[in-house]
Structure formats: structure tokens, C-alpha cells
Ligand binder design. Structure first.
Ligand SMILES: [Cu+2]
Length: 139
């Protein structure tokens, strides 16, 4: 057990590291289920794969959805809260191509909630502002 603890202090945990090649990842890796552990040598910098935030709350602020991409546990209720003084929408689909799952106008402290009962990648946007686009990954 002591040896395992000492070993863990030397590793960096990365997720979704994908297939490691000797050229791209010069450190040995070991995969345990969905977690890949990279064993880092002293004096080197580990390559950590980017991760996206996990949660169920999205803020609308500055004519932007925050976060822009978020992972949502399957079956969760996701809630959008507007912190902007101008009207926006939370509309499923991509700009100009609503998919009909949800479409709600929000402003100034208002909230909207939607339950994601299916896994997948879902885009949503604001009907009034072409640059407001974001993605949820439900898994
Ligand atoms: Cu908007």
C-alpha cells in the first residue's frame, strides 16, 4: 500500500488520452478502464489532454453561453440562467436550423431547464444573435 501511494505521487491522470505513440508521449502509460495514467519522469512536462467542464448549469452573460461546451451526466436537468439585460433565446439546433427540442426566450435573471434523457452531442443557440452558439455533450 505504501508503495502504491508513492507510485501515485509520481503520476498525472489524464482522461481520453487516446492512443499514445512514442513520438507524442515519451512517458509510459497504463490504462485502467476509462482512465489513462501517465508516468512522468522528473524534469519533464506531461502532456495532459484537454478536458471539458462537467455540470448542469449554464450562464448567459455578455451575449455568450458560459461554458461554451459542457459535459452533462445522462438524465440530468440542465438549467440556463440569463444574466444579461437583453433578450436571448435558448434554442436547440444550430443558427437558422432549430431542431425543435426546445426554444425559450430569457433575460435578466430568468431561467430555463431541460432534461437530457438521451446521450449525444447537442447544439443550441440564440435566435437573435448569430454568434451565440454552444454545445452539450450528454453521456
Ligand atoms: Cu442572444
Amino acid at each position: 500500500m505504501r508503495a502504491a501511494a508513492a507510485l501515485l505521487s509520481l503520476v498525472v491522470v489524464t482522461s481520453c488520452a487516446g492512443p499514445a505513440t512514442a513520438e507524442r508521449t515519451p512517458w509510459p502509460t497504463q490504462t485502467y478502464g476509462e482512465i489513462t495514467v501517465t508516468f512522468v519522469r522528473p524534469g519533464t512536462t506531461p502532456a495532459v489532454s484537454p478536458t471539458i467542464p462537467v455540470g448542469t448549469a449554464i450562464r448567459i452573460l455578455g451575449s455568450s453561453f458560459d461554458p461554451q461546451i459542457m459535459e452533462v451526466p445522462l438524465g440530468s436537468v440542465v438549467t440556463w440562467t440569463s444574466r444579461d439585460p437583453i433578450l436571448h433565446t435558448v434554442t436547440s439546433g444550430t443558427f437558422g436550423r432549430p431542431d425543435g427540442q426546445f426554444d425559450r426566450e430569457l433575460f435578466g435573471g430568468a431561467t430555463f431547464s431541460f432534461t437530457f434523457a438521451q446521450a449525444g452531442r447537442f447544439s443550441y443557440y440564440c435566435r437573435f444573435h448569430g454568434g451565440m452558439q454552444a454545445t452539450l455533450v450528454v453521456r
